[in-house]
Design a protein around this ligand. Structure first.
Ligand code: FAD
Length: 448
């Protein structure tokens, strides 16, 4: 007998879960619910529209309502799920703010995502202060950026830097305020972050680190940000200090949260409540090196987890073994990528890693347009198994990160990487591969 699957949240995880459920069991009734006006769009592309690299927010829609219709997936937009009864297997939803409905499910998938953290700073409610999560946020930021001249970004993580990059492209004067001593603390060690810091300074961004914002000043509209008693003028402020997993519904339904405060799931993406699955930014995952729970909140992970939840929800077999939090982005002309553990993360779990650092080239050095690639690899000290990689370069970073991620998950050693059977053509790739060089340097470091 075919099942009814309800998916709450139509972001990457939810929409992919709905599609996977329908593909696995075409007879299943699949209902995809979102409180947003739009479903299935790429949040990752919002900074690109702000930067005017992508023309229109509508281009970010990855599955249109017509495509859902063709797949016979029932899409309910502007519909908020307010209650789950796991015993009766029902959800209560409110459509368009008023129309209440009770729907029955056999399997329920929670893909409720995350909410931007609003820091408890005086003045965050002022006009001109934004978070970046939805297309609506993006539209408002674009509108404000039309007339703004000075922007302050609070938080130097991935999203903060992406927006800083976008504002720079719109010729705004940009200041980044970061609480720790470096940007991208979650994915770069200090030595690698320094490369990025130099570029940030070179492009004219004012980077202020190791400070807390005291308040946001202005009457109704933002005028400045106060840091260490100094005022930094701003007519637009972006809050980008992270996102809280949206666990409200799951907790109300009796699902357990894990140590990261996100929903606890097993490899099949099942929560602790029978018949209820969860996927994406609202869940915690297992780190493939440490085996500990982490909060990854990446689109790539949401996509894979959604598929696994969708397949299992209709009786199929799929699993999500864990993650290395592989991530890549481009800011200020530099590509920055990471996978596995940073040096400080390794030390935090009791591993004293051996590091290898190498500078390389993207093509033969003599070939016009050959670019720099800086690569740092980390190995555990006993067998020199690779546990992490960070790469910063002008080009070709993403696929190198993917290669390192595979090496980590297959427990490759520095010896394996030294013997990497890399390809070479002067116009495409250098004979000396920076990943192999970094492994060789790590080996020499250990012997020294
Ligand atoms: C600006 C930006 C840039 C990013 N760039 C990258 C990148 O380059 N690479 C990368 O890997 N990741 C990136 N990410 C992260 C990535 O976008 C997220 O990991 C991904 O969108 C998470 O998808 P999700 O489906 O889990 O959650 P979401 O996309 O947050 O979707 C959850 C949906 O559920 C809805 N919902 C919640 N509760 C209810 C309810 N009760 N009833 C109905 N609907 C509900 C929400 O409104 C939302 O629409 C970026 C994120 C942002 C914000």
């Amino acid at each position: 007998l075919s099942k009814t699957v309800i998916v709450v949240g139509a972001g990457i995880a939810g929409s992919n879960a709905a599609v996977a459920a329908k593909r696995t069991d075409p007879e299943a009734e699949v209902i995809l619910i979102t409180q947003e006006r739009l479903a299935a769009y790429s949040r990752c592309g919002i900074p690109l529209v702000i930067a005017r690299e992508v023309n229109d927010f509508n281009n970010l829609i990855t599955v249109t309502p017509q495509q859902f219709e063709w797949m016979e997936i029932d899409l309910l937009t502007k519909t908020k799920v307010t209650k789950i009864d796991p015993n009766k297997r029902t959800v209560t939803s409110i459509r368009n703010g008023s129309h209440q409905e009770e729907l029955k499910y056999d399997s329920l998938i929670l893909a409720t995502g995350a909410n931007s953290i609003i820091p408890p700073i005086r003045g965050v409610e002022k006009k001109g202060v934004y978070t970046v999560r939805t297309i609506e946020d993006g539209r408002e930021i674009c509108k404000a950026a039309e007339t703004a001249e000075k922007a302050v970004i609070i938080g130097g993580g991935m999203i903060g830097l992406q927006i800083a990059d976008a504002f720079l492209k719109r010729k705004l004067n940009v200041t980044i305020i970061e609480l720790t001593s470096q940007v991208l603390r979650q994915i770069l060690d200090e030595d690698m972050a320094e490369i990025l810091h130099n570029r940030i300074r070179d492009v004219g961004i004012n980077l202020i680190s190791e400070v807390n914002v005291e308040s946001i000043l202005g009457d109704a509209e933002v005028k400045a940000v106060s840091v260490k008693g100094k005022q930094i003028a701003a007519d637009i402020v972006i809050l980008s200090i992270g996102a809280h997993a949206n666990t409200e519904l799951a907790v109300k339904a009796g699902a357990q949260k894990g140590s990261t405060e996100a929903i606890k799931v097993n490899e099949r993406m099942e929560t602790t409540v029978k018949g209820i699955y969860a996927a994406g930014d609202c869940v915690e995952c297992k780190h493939l090196v440490t085996r500990l729970p982490i909060l990854s909140q990446l689109g790539s992970i949401a996509f894979r987890q959604g598929k696994v939840a969708g397949i299992n929800a209709v009786g199929g077999e799929a699993s999500f073994p864990g993650t290395l939090s592989s991530a890549v982005s481009r800011f200020f002309g530099l590509e920055v990528g990471f996978t596995g553990l940073t040096e400080w993360q390794a030390k935090e779990v009791g591993i004293q890693p051996i590091a290898g650092f190498a500078s390389g080239k993207s093509k033969a050095e003599y070939y016009p347009g050959s670019r720099d690639i800086e690569c740092k690899l980390l190995f555990e000290p006993k067998q020199l198994r690779i546990i992490g990689g960070q790469i910063i370069g002008d080009e070709d970073v993403a696929q190198r990160i993917n290669l390192i991620a595979l090496a980590i998950s297959k427990q490759a050693t520095a010896f394996d990487l030294i013997n990497l059977d890399n390809c070479y053509a002067p116009s495409l790739a250098n004979a000396l591969e920076p990943i192999a060089s970094a492994a060789e340097i790590a080996l020499k470091t250990r012997k020294a």
